[in-house]
Design a protein around this ligand. Structure first.
Ligand code: GRG
Length: 296
């Protein structure tokens, strides 16, 4: 399969759904809705939505049927980027090749736009016209998975640890735990929720969840490697900041070469995990291979 075309077609579907579902930028308060849309449409690979759709396909579902979940995932992910870029966090000026939200709209509006993206993302699946598309015994667990993944024991826990351990001695276990929470939680949730909403059984959901856990760590390792050796023009953000800030990365603990080996081993394990699901995982295999070699 042609992965570039596959991802482009998924991105198109997701962008249309985001445009249809997010409040228009003339809705009051216009400055807030402009900021939300600015960050959402600044670019972005839409990997989490693509993974959710591929996971739905892996259990026999249709990608277009889970678009509201794709919208939810992208809004939650974009909120985390907007807040991550704030002066109080990583203090970044560029994201997705554009000035960060706080640079364009000021810090207060950027914080509020992040808040609004998070609440919109968590609420979108329970909008009456959306909720009626799904069986409640699938929808409620999906909303629960998303809330846990975005919450204080997972994504936000990872972000707190990322900040707390800046400049400190860390073990590989600590680095792994930061990655699993900061990045892995939402990637795992993309796979689990995509499969659940499409009617996957508990065995299928379990397999896809384990794939998501492994892939989440691969995703963050690649992100850290790109911060060392990536091209800022392709990445759309500055590089070299992890080293300057003493971030807890595998590269810092075990060196770059060993980190690359770990990433390859994890990718292989992830791909083996989904073998029992048969032929329908072809897109997931392609996306899984791409995560560890991506350049943006
Ligand atoms: C609660 C105030 C407050 C802040 C929370 C949770 C949080 C801030 C930040 C999350 C941590 C974070 C940003 C992790 C990084 C995950 C990651 C590798 C992001 C980059 O994802 P890509 O490459 O980005 O998919 P695009 O731009 O393509 O969508």
């Amino acid at each position: 399969m042609n992965l570039e075309q596959y991802l482009a077609s998924r991105r198109e579907l997701v962008d249309k759904a985001l445009d249809d579902m997010l409040p228009g930028e003339d809705n009051e308060p216009a400055i807030l809705h402009k900021a939300m849309r600015y960050s959402i449409f600044a670019g972005g690979k839409r990997i989490r939505p693509a993974l959710a759709m591929a996971s739905a396909e892996a259990v026999g579902g249709k990608p277009a049927e889970i678009l509201p979940l794709a919208v939810a995932l992208e809004c939650i992910h974009t909120y985390s980027l907007v807040h991550d870029d704030l002066p109080a966090m990583d203090n970044d000026d560029l994201r997705r090749g554009k000035p960060t939200a706080h640079k364009v709209f000021g810090e207060a509006v950027a914080i509020l736009a992040g808040d609004a993206l998070l609440t919109f993302g968590l609420g979108v699946l329970s909008l009456p016209n959306v909720a009626r598309m799904y069986r409640l015994d699938r929808l409620v667990p999906v909303i629960h998975e998303l809330s846990v993944a975005a919450g204080s024991t997972r994504l936000i826990a990872g972000q707190v640890m990322d900040i707390v351990f800046e400049g400190k001695e860390v073990t590989p276990e600590i680095v792994g735990s930061i990655m699993a929470n900061k990045t892995g939680a939402l990637i795992r949730a993309s796979l689990v929720c995509g499969a659940m909403l499409a009617g996957g059984d508990s065995e299928e959901v379990g397999i896809l969840g384990r794939f998501g856990e492994l892939l989440g760590t691969v995703f963050q390792i690649r992100d850290d490697l790109l911060d060392i050796e990536g091209d800022p023009a392709k990445l759309g953000k500055a590089v070299g900041k992890d080293n300057t800030r003493g971030k807890a990365t595998f590269a810092r603990v075990v060196g770059t070469e060993k980190t690359i080996e770990m990433m390859q081993t994890l990718t292989t394990s992830a791909l083996e995990t989904i073998e029992p699901l048969g032929k329908r995982v072809e897109p997931l295999i392609a996306v899984g291979k791409y995560i560890g070699i991506r350049t943006s």
